[in-house]
Design a protein around this ligand. Structure first.
Ligand code: NAD
Ligand code: UD1
Length: 334
């Protein structure tokens, strides 16, 4: 069975491609390489012995995407491709709306034309906004505070409307919490360009000595130690959630939003400690004011994923830090 993975050379996509291949699926990757490297294909081959078929195509190139569907009998799509940096989305909103929304509309229209009606979409916990209290349930009202988040909420709406218009569609909207860590081989992981915005890539660069300290954004929240609490999830657990969602979509029609989180919250300082013990490195940190737009606490209720998909997270914070550290140490030494 051929599965098209958009954004398949990216961080979460590459881990999902590895699992798809290991589960016996034939994988076709579409990526424009705007935020990933072609070498990821070699790493996937090193892990699985199979190099997936690859198209360097932009989702904004309608004819280019169409050609992939003409050349291949595709049974389902996992749609990761998108721009994802919150701060950047505030600076260049039109690029975010164009890339994420127009790209997705192109994909959906072409899928429809080719009668491919199974799609798993990368949504985000960001759609819960600032006003819901954790644990976050799929039924809670949605709101967003930046263009990136708005694209996720709008795409969810577009896909729900699509299902209402045509009940043959099978759509799973996976709302990710905070994916971290890397494949246990240390061959694929997250290695952003420039100075990272997210906590774990930042800590990793402090650990390897490329940055001299971590800025901790606020220690006066109403949490266990005053620092922000998040639901960190190992990227391989997250990837496995997509395999289960794909199997579910093959057997059910509908448009279901499903949280992928562990259901547990961990504070910034708890993560610092866990990363220190995983890496054996000291992480210097400085307390700074709160970061605008941050909530104190954000974690999932993960019952729906268990009930509908038979999925729950298996890896703990120590696994996430050990695998994340091994990857960054591997990248730094090569
Ligand atoms: P990533 O940037 O590593 O991967 C996205 C991939 O999509 C990249 O390889 C990029 O080159 C590609 N891409 C972007 N626009 C494209 C286009 N127009 N055409 C073709 N390819 C394009 O990001 P990731 O962390 O793997 O995230 C994957 C998805 O999950 C994204 O949609 C992101 O918004 C969503 N998500 C990520 C997180 C997270 O914390 N990493 C959390 C929630 C949701
Ligand atoms: C990020 C995304 C959000 C997405 C979510 C889940 C941003 C701003 N938001 O949120 O859209 O839905 O992931 O994938 O990117 N922190 C520090 N110092 C740092 C970086 C972070 O103290 O240098 C703290 C933050 O204040 C927060 C925690 O670490 O409490 C996690 O931050 P981050 O990794 O950026 O993720 P989120 O803010 O949860």
């Amino acid at each position: 069975m051929k599965i098209l993975v958009t954004g398949g050379t990216g961080y979460i996509g590459s881990h999902t491609v590895v699992l798809l291949i290991q589960e016996g699926y034939e994988v076709i990757i579409l990526d424009n390489l705007s935020n990933s490297k072609i070498e990821v294909l070699d790493s996937i081959k090193e892990i699985t012995n199979i190099k997936p078929q690859f198209y360097q195509v932009d989702l904004l190139d309608y004819d280019g995407v169409k050609k992939i569907f003409q050349e291949n009998e595709i049974s389902g799509v996992i749609h990761f491709a998108g721009l994802k940096a919150v701060g950047e989305s505030v600076r260049i909103p039109l690029d975010y709306y164009n890339n994420n929304i127009t790209g997705t509309l192109n994909l959906l229209r072409i899928m429809n034309e080719h009668n491919v009606k199974n799609i798993i979409f990368s949504s985000s916990a960001t759609v819960y906004g600032m006003n819901n209290e954790s644990p976050l349930y799929e039924t809670m009202p949605l709101s967003t505070t930046n263009p990136y988040g708005a694209t996720k909420r709008m795409i969810e709406d577009i896909m729900r409307d699509l299902y209402v218009s045509d009940n043959e569609w099978s759509i799973v909207l996976l709302r990710y919490f905070n994916p971290i860590g890397a494949h246990e081989s240390a061959l694929i992981g997250e290695n952003p360009n420039g100075i990272p915005n997210n906590l774990l890539p930042y800590i990793a660069l402090v650990a390897v000595g490329k940055l001299d300290h971590l800025n901790v954004f606020g220690n006066d929240y109403d949490t266990i130690d005053g620092t922000g609490v998040r639901d960190y999830i190992h990227v391989v657990d997250l990837a496995m959630g997509h395999i289960k969602a794909l199997k579910y979509a093959m057997d059910h029609t509908g448009a279901e939003a499903i949280n992928l989180g562990t259901g547990n919250g961990t504070s910034v300082l708890e993560i610092v400690k866990a990363f220190e013990s995983a890496s054996g490195q000291h992480i210097e940190y400085v307390i700074q004011p709160r970061r605008p737009g941050d909530v104190a606490t954000c974690f999932a209720n993960s019952n729906k994923a268990k009930e509908l998909l038979g999925w729950s997270a298996t890896k703990n914070i120590n696994d996430m830090c050990v695998d994340g550290w091994n990857f960054i140490a591997h990248v730094t030494n090569n």
